[in-house]
Design a binder for this molecule. Structure first.
Ligand code: CA
Length: 373
């Protein structure tokens, strides 16, 4: 029977059912073909952070049958690394992948979207963003920049970085020229450090030439790739300024609003996937990288309690000063701080109790003398 005459003869209810399936197919077929350019702040050599944008682009293309294409450009290819925010804001590119603490020069509030000194670890940051009111506060803030922000990656707690000389006391920080990102520079400035913000790809030559005395980047896996161990011997930990730095996807608000709902949902899901994937990559790749670095002569050093305590004090002073003169910062920092304090208390019980026991066991196993056969 010919389709048209079959439909004519069928009862109304049956015909409605028969039409439903092709109608759905038509809706899918009507979804537009979209091509976006993504500006990343990161160099291609970092399969972890830069790779986060590629994870998103691949998933979005696969989930839309290739109709929504995002072409990923490394930092400097079409937009300088620290101008990604402006490029998305102004619509030079539709989308960007960056670390919000690169933009503290515009407003220190940006850093809370990524990491601030003595902030949260990756678990806590995710909890705050996803369920603790963080995303609502940060989206309200980003509206002024014409940007729809989506969390898209986290590195986990970073290392404190590479130092050409040992830092034994708080006084040793005075006059130290260090590459360090975000508000940590403002905090360390209180202790005499001359902080510099340098894109990832340019850190090695600066450290090699001695333009800077120390540099922090990410952790063993990424730092080994950039070769910092070849020009600095001492590897300090932890990055108290980056307990769980979040990487963020910036979407130009107009472009976001013009996306079909289906594409919006797919893009948000892909970013959530990239967040979990990036953290898993780091947790998998960092332990063997640290072993290789140490086998090559890298000397591990913890920041002393005195240094940590002085920095903690300086950080709190900085936050109070900033909140007093910046209403946007205050509005986000105060609920953020309450959330962090509750998280730290909770984590000290179950997670902390478990971690402390397991870590002590691992240390005992490492240092125990080998049994005689
Ligand atoms: Ca870092």
């Amino acid at each position: 029977m010919e389709r048209r005459s079959f439909l004519k003869k069928a009862s109304v209810g049956f015909a409605a059912g028969a039409i439903a399936a092709p109608a759905i197919a038509q809706t899918a077929a009507a979804l537009p073909t979209i091509k976006w350019r993504l500006a990343s702040s990161f160099p291609k050599s970092l399969d972890t952070i830069f790779g986060g944008a590629e994870v998103v682009a691949k998933r979005v293309a696969a989930a839309t049958g290739g109709k929504f294409q995002i072409q990923v450009f490394a930092g400097g290819e079409i937009v300088p690394p620290f101008q990604v925010l402006d490029a998305v804001k102004d619509g030079t590119v539709e989308i960007g992948h960056s670390a919000s603490y690169y933009y503290v020069g515009k407003d220190p509030t940006f850093a809370i979207d990524c990491a601030i000194p003595f902030g949260m670890n990756s678990r806590q940051q995710n909890a705050w963003m996803m369920h603790g009111g963080g995303i609502e506060l940060m989206r309200e803030f980003f509206k002024d920049y014409n940007i729809y922000n989506i969390p898209c990656g986290n590195t986990g707690t970073q290392m404190g970085g590479w130092f050409r000389k040992e830092i034994k006391t708080v006084a040793d920080l005075k006059g130290l020229k260090m590459r360090i990102a975000g508000l940590a520079g403002n905090v360390l400035a209180k202790l005499g450090v001359i902080a510099q913000q340098i894109p990832g790809a340019d850190i090695y030559p600066a450290l090699e030439k001695g333009t800077i005395d120390a540099a922090e980047w990410v952790g063993p896996y990424d730092d080994e790739k950039l070769g910092f161990n070849k020009v600095a011997k001492y590897y300090y930990y932890p990055a108290w300024w980056e307990g769980g730095p979040q990487i963020t996807m910036y979407v130009n608000q107009k472009q976001w609003d013009s996306l079909p709902k289906e594409y919006q949902a797919i893009l948000e899901s892909a970013c959530a996937e990239a967040t979990a994937d990036m953290l898993a990559k780091y947790d998998n790749k960092n332990p063997p990288a640290l072993k290789r670095l140490m086998a090559g002569g890298t000397q591990l050093r913890p920041f002393t309690n005195d240094i940590m305590a002085a920095c903690y004090k300086a950080a709190n002073e900085f936050y109070e000063e900033t909140a007093a003169k910046n209403a946007k910062f205050k509005k986000i920092y105060e609920p953020w701080k309450k959330f962090r304090d509750e998280q730290v208390q909770w984590f000290s019980i179950a997670e902390g109790g478990f971690d402390r026991f397991m870590q002590a066991t691992a240390r005992t196993a490492q240092t125990a003398p080998a049994k005689k056969k």
